[in-house]
Design a protein around this ligand. Structure first.
Ligand SMILES: [Zn+2]
Length: 262
């Protein structure tokens, strides 16, 4: 059925009605085929081809996990493995609650749409940038780290998404990155977490009157999927909070009242 045939049929009122009904039906068919299944949820960075829920697996699940890995319970680190298990389900629920969405643990158009809103076409989250995490010692990602620059880039992306979650949990107070990726020559410790792109040094920009703001960040980081946290009280960490996603054991240190000794 087409618009043209509906017009031709228009000479006879009864035929015209039937034609309009048929046209309407055909349009409905077309629109349901194009309905925003999750295929419509995406941008210049990534398109999710389907809605995601517990029990599914795939690279699209991994892309979701990267973006919600900062929404964890105390000390928990989300494994980016492409399997939508209970930890991913709970992270989705916390993300949804954090952004005032319906809390159902399903990544559908609403949740994926919110992620896309937070995401720039270059895959960095809204409040952090590639330039910010690779300038100075990072040589704009034009120098050697401890792994390939592709891997450094992937690690930085994951670190930024955790920082975005941390920032939102602190009431969207502005946090800047004073140092992200560092090349091996600049870092001084050839296998430091910064040379992998796994680490960010975070600095609060609000109302600095002591160590309280740094402690706020260090404490929030415990729930943001970082298993390396060094805040005020740890040597040379009085003007930033170091957070990283190191493999292996959790390593946290700061003043006792920052609550991250351990
Ligand atoms: Zn650091």
């Amino acid at each position: 059925m087409s618009i043209l045939s509906a017009r031709v049929a228009g000479k006879n009122p009864a035929a015209r009605l039937l034609a309009v009904l048929a046209l309407t039906a055909s349009l409905l068919t077309v629109s349901s085929a194009l309905a925003p299944s999750a295929s419509a949820v995406g941008d210049g960075c990534y398109h999710w081809p389907r809605n995601l829920s517990q029990g599914m697996s795939g690279s699209d699940v991994a892309q979701l996990q990267i973006r919600i890995a900062g929404w964890m319970s105390y000390g928990e680190v989300l494994v980016i493995d492409g399997d939508f298990g209970p930890a991913t389900y709970n992270a989705v629920r916390r993300f949804q609650a954090g952004y005032g969405l319906t809390v159902d643990g399903i990544a559908g158009p609403q949740t994926l749409g919110r992620i896309v809103q937070l995401q720039k076409d270059d895959c960095s989250p809204e409040h952090f940038s590639w330039a910010e995490v690779s300038e100075n010692c990072g040589r704009g990602l034009n120098s050697n780290g401890s792994v390939s620059l592709a891997e450094v880039r992937e690690n930085l992306k994951r670190a930024m998404w955790k920082a975005e979650a941390l920032r939102h949990k602190l009431g969207d107070r502005a946090i800047i990155v004073s140092s992200g990726f560092r090349d091996k020559a600049c870092d001084g410790s050839p296998y430091g977490q910064h040379t992998y792109g796994r680490a960010l040094d975070l600095v609060p920009t609000w109302n600095k009157t002591g160590y309280g703001e740094f402690c706020d960040i260090a404490q929030a980081a415990r729930y943001a999927g970082y298993n390396g946290i060094f805040g005020p009280g740890y040597p040379d960490h009085y003007d930033h909070v170091h957070v990283d996603s190191r493999p292996g054991a959790r390593t946290w240190d700061a003043y006792p009242d920052c609550g991250v000794i351990g």
